[in-house]
Write a protein that binds this ligand. Structure first.
Ligand code: PBG
Length: 331
């Protein structure tokens, strides 16, 4: 440790001008860090804006390639796909999750053709497909773990066979990583990566997302029997340790900014690639404040994203991906 004291040491010298600040910067955001979540909807026509997420759209399959063109040009390496499944296709068993012609599979085939260089992240959980809005199937009033795993395995294979590169389970069932790895391997899908939502909290910050995919109104009760209690931190390490032991290639902490402490602990403890999901409510907060003139949009956005790098993230799922990539362009 350096023991020199003021006035010999003046930490402000390293902040004196822009060149020096750039030279001593410890962390940098780059376009390589960005994963852009996209909402896919049925039918045709122009993208429709999500009311609680201004600037975020549900995109039809026919509009998908146009919607992604700029992201591809900017070099965003990956996108995460989420379906706004028509209510008529939802049921208690999430049957539509297994349909090879569902929105995700059709979108994956289009995107693999149009943008072969882009990695596709597929969310594995049943909530976009269940009429009760839960991530698994319900038996005797409880989201049944082992029975849900069997459906999740089929859902993962369905997605991987359509071209999804990263299977990303967000369901928080116990044992899902081992179950998914085994199911994928048995199909010969050994290159399909698993990006696990390893520490996913039961959070109020998912509200706008549930609006976007249309699961909010339907959701009975809450997700506290499977998503984590925001009070807990040691438990997150146990969740992550299990997912790594079961074969996760990379792990995620979700939400993002309220859980930077968890990201840092996970990174220090496991040295794994850690991703953060800066979720819908975090996006909504920044947009709402900026649209009211209460925050500088671009500065707040970039500072929030940089905080994830400082906390130890390899990358960030963020609805701001394209806006951030525009700002990074040429830097
Ligand atoms: C579904 C899922 C959720 C999010 C990602 N996958 C919502 C939930 O668990 O209810 C939230 C993402 C966001 O808020 O942006 N399992």
């Amino acid at each position: 440790m350096i023991t020199q004291k003021f006035p010999l040491t003046r930490l402000r010298r390293n902040r004196f001008d822009e060149a020096t600040r750039r030279m001593v910067a410890e962390h940098k955001l780059s376009v390589d860090d960005l994963i852009w979540p996209i909402f896919i909807r049925d039918g045709g026509g122009d993208p429709t804006e999500v009311a609680t997420m201004p600037g975020v759209y549900r995109v039809s399959l026919e509009g998908l390639a146009a919607h992604l063109e700029e992201a591809a040009r900017l070099g965003i390496p990956a996108i995460a796909l989420f379906p706004a499944t028509p209510a008529a296709l939802k049921d208690a068993q999430a049957t539509e999750a297994l349909n090879p012609e569902n929105l995700i599979c059709r979108a994956a085939r289009i995107l693999k053709r149009e943008f072969p260089q882009m990695a596709l992240v597929g969310d594995v959980a049943l909530d976009p497909y269940t009429d009760h809005g839960h991530d698994g199937i319900i038996q005797n009033g409880y989201v049944a773990n082992d029975e849900s795993l069997k459906i999740l395995q089929k859902q993962a294979i369905n997605q991987a066979e359509a071209g999804i590169d990263f299977i990303s389970p967000s369901d928080m069932m116990d044992g899902r990583i081992a179950a998914l790895r085994q199911a994928l391997d048995e199909q010969g899908l050994i290159h399909t990566r698993i990006m696990s939502y390893a520490a996913k909290y039961a959070s109020a910050f998912y509200g706008p997302f549930r609006d976007a995919i249309g699961s909010q109104g339907a959701l009975k009760g809450d997700k506290k029997t499977y998503q984590m209690n925001p009070a807990n931190s040691d438990e997150a390490l146990r969740e992550v340790a299990m997912d790594i032991a079961e074969g996760a290639d990379m792990v995620m902490v979700k939400p993002g900014m309220p859980y930077l402490d968890i990201i840092r602990r996970v990174k220090d403890e496991f040295g794994m690639p850690v991703f953060a999901y800066q979720v819908s409510g975090e996006y909504a907060m920044i947009e709402a404040a900026a649209r009211n003139g209460w925050l500088d949009h671009d500065k707040a956005m970039m500072e929030a994203l940089l905080s994830f790098k400082r906390a130890g993230c390899a990358g960030i799922l963020t609805y701001h991906a394209v806006q951030a990539a525009r700002m990074l362009e040429g830097k």
